[in-house]
Each structure stands twice: as C-alpha cells, then as structure tokens.
Design a protein. Structure first.
Length: 126
C-alpha cells in the first residue's frame, strides 16, 4: 500500500510540475509575442532606431530566460527564436523595411504557436 501512495505522490508531482512549466511557458511566450508585436508596429512606422533598441532589449531578455527556455523547449526552437531576433537586429539596424517585417511576422508566428506545441497532454505522460 505504501508503494501505491508513493507512486501516486510521484505522479501528482509530475503533473503539477508539468502544469507549472506550461504556465511559465505561456507567460513567457505571451511576453515575447507582445514585445515582437510592439517591434513590428515600430517597423511598420519605419521607426527603426526604436525598433532596434527594443529588439536588443528582447535579445537580452531572452538571454536572461535561457535556463527556463532550455528546461521547457527543444534547443532547435531556442535557436530559431535567437536567430530570428538576430536577423531582426540586423535588418532594423540597416533600416530594411521588407526583411524586418518578414522577421517580425516569422517570430510572431513561432511565438504564437509555441505553447500549443508543448502543452502537457495525458497521452504524453502515459
């Protein structure tokens, strides 16, 4: 009987940890999406100096959140986000409206779908 309760406690701990990670990922993804949207608005207004500054802040923000990202996401997804921001930095610095707009939309799409791709589902546990 003790083994059963120990297994149940471990199971509940796994579920609680998964839910906590999902909440953290949702919050982080939402924060990054909002920042990307703000940068996109600046790019559309051709306010490249501010867009560059905000992109740099977003890059630093992601660097600070790397331990959380690494614990939740595949490294390929982290690299894709970092590459997109690096490209966005370059295009906003060069004041390239077309390429900066494309990178913003790419990042928005990635960040919008990120939580859905990593949702905790019962079939993934069993």
């Amino acid at each position: 009987m003790k083994t059963f309760w120990a297994a149940m406690i471990i199971f509940v701990g796994i579920i609680a940890g998964g839910i906590a990670l999902n909440v953290c990922l949702d919050n982080l993804s939402s924060e990054l999406y909002d920042r990307t949207k703000e940068i996109g608005d600046m790019v559309e207004e051709e306010n490249f100096e501010t867009a560059y500054k905000k992109s740099k802040e977003m890059s630093e923000f992601i660097d600070g959140k790397k331990p959380l990202l690494a614990s939740v996401l595949d490294h390929e997804n982290i690299d894709e986000i970092e590459d997109g921001i690096s490209e966005l930095l370059g295009y906003t610095k060069r004041k390239d409206l077309t390429e900066a707009s494309v990178r913003v939309r790419k990042l928005e799409h990635l960040l919008e779908h990120l939580p859905k791709n990593y949702q905790l589902e019962l079939q993934n546990i069993l």
